[in-house]
Design a protein around this ligand. Sequence first.
Ligand code: NAD
Length: 255
Amino acid sequence: MRFNNKVAFITGGGSGIGAATARQMAREGATCVIVDISQEAADAVASEVGGLGLAADVSKRAETEAAIAAAVAQHGRIDILFNNAGVGCFGKTPDLDPAEWERVIAIDLNAVFYACHAAIPHMPKPGGAIVNTASISGMAGDYNFTAYNAAKAAVINYTRSMAIDHAREGLRVNALCPGLIATPLTAATDQLPELKRVWHGSIPMGRAGTPDEMAEVVCFLASDAASYMTGSIVVADGGQTAWTGQPDVAPYIAG
Ligand code: NAD
């Protein structure tokens, strides 16, 4: 019960990694505030974990601030802030509608700032923990993934920046970089067997990760067990970024 008496504010908590993390934290004693752009999704997970469901578009500063204020009004503080809501979009720069660029940057990056800006004054120091969901797509480039690559790279360095700013207060800030995880965000891959074969084949473990596997990492980072970790960028990707991308030459030169 490492989250007994802890209040966790989880964005994008209505699905995938956010929902799995809410379930795990609640199992270990946390009171969860589930925030999602979909009221229905937030309420569904909140009722499952016995928490508070709030609808907010976290890319809108006023909505994020209102959600933080509602959580603080109900629970008095926020011990754990999990900035996890995120979206992607496809397109090389000349083809990308600038409105799409702005939408992805707003949800994946600006929202992290809005939530931290509003929540940090209400977080215990020492003892508070922020976890940001970045991505391995913030560590290198993907084809046709411009805005997402830029936003997630910014989340990684923003995590480091906040970590050092708040280290002496005892507020820890870390980031999770998932590889391919089987969630509704990536479900379309399953409808394209050839893409799935190639993608899974590029992962040394040969499969996508699960939301529960990400929740384990988030819970560790948010818990006191990670008391000496801040500014850490934790990769959980089945070995994807351990590989240079060069082929296994052995089958070609055998014999
Ligand atoms: P998901 O689509 O299952 O869940 C994301 C949730 O965020 C959804 O419930 C959605 O309604 C919500 N959301 C979207 N826009 C929002 C907004 N403006 N305001 C509030 N809520 C909003 O996706 P997931 O795979 O669980 O993704 C969670 C995070 O993990 C994202 O930041 C994503 O970029 C990141 N990530 C996912 C993968 C992957 O392969 N699934 C890999 C790396 C990083």
